[in-house]
Design a protein around this ligand. Structure first.
Ligand SMILES: C[S@@+](CC[C@H](N)C(=O)[O-])C[C@H]1O[C@@H](n2cnc3c(N)ncnc32)[C@H](O)[C@@H]1O
Length: 216
């Protein structure tokens, strides 16, 4: 049986975030620090989605993970926490200011030794990595116009059974009628992933939309 999705009011959204497990003092401190940045807080991965990322990392038994777009490190902390013993997370971040903040927050959350942050354009970082299946988990959450290129570089480097999670695939609802470059790029990526024989995909209607692609 299918039902109409429950409309997510601001109250329900807050309720969902409040029921995300694992928001310990370190994560709450990052939430507060990021909220103090004003409108930039919109860039942070939501608490419920970040909790889901950690759960997915655990469920896949991932050891090697990569994040494209790290900001203040909120999602990175949760990904790093989900990794199997000995696991490693490579964070790609363009802005050295955010890289410094993320480094401090990862350290404060007790997962600093699991994470490396590479500062610079993520596409250069990705293309500098060997083209071989090296990652069990990837999270894409950076500049939207780059999504199609990031997607190709990431899928090529996912191990069979590895999972790619892509944020903002609904673009605030604009994806159904794209009128700007970023939204067109995301819409073309959503179509590409659906037709891509290398992966199994689903769009999860959480937050601004999370596309999951599992490498066959
Ligand atoms: C939406 S935020 C990431 C949020 C983060 N994943 C989290 O969990 O809170 C996007 C980040 O991507 C970074 N970014 C933008 N363009 C980039 C690029 N070309 N290469 C790497 N990072 C980039 C921005 O500086 C910003 O920190």
């Amino acid at each position: 049986m299918s039902v109409e999705p429950t409309p997510i009011t601001p109250e329900l959204s807050a309720y969902i975030a409040d029921h995300a497990g694992g928001r310990d003092a370190a994560l709450l401190a990052v939430e507060r620090e990021t909220a103090a940045l004003g409108e930039l807080v919109a860039m942070q991965t939501g608490p419920d989605q970040a909790a889901l990322l950690e759960l997915l990392v655990r469920l896949t038994g991932a050891r090697d993970a990569i994040e494209v777009g790290t900001f203040t490190g909120y999602g990175a902390i949760r990904i790093a926490r989900g990794l199997a013993p000995g696991g490693r997370l490579l964070c790609c971040e363009l802005d050295p200011r955010w890289a410094d903040v993320a480094r401090r927050n990862l350290d404060a959350a007790g997962v600093g030794e699991r994470a490396e942050i590479r500062v610079g354009p993520a596409l250069e970082t990705l293309r500098g990595l060997a083209v071989e299946p090296a990652f069990d988990f990837a999270y894409l959450d950076a500049d939207k116009s780059g999504y199609p290129d990031y997607y190709e570089e990431l899928v090529a480097r996912l191990r069979p059974g590895g999972l790619l999670a892509i944020d903002n695939v609904l673009m605030g609802g604009r994806v159904v009628d794209p009128a700007d470059d970023g939204t067109r790029a995301v819409a073309s990526l959503n179509d590409r992933a659906l037709e891509d024989g290398r992966v199994d995909t689903v769009v999860v209607g959480m937050g601004d939309g999370l596309l999951l692609a599992r490498r066959r």
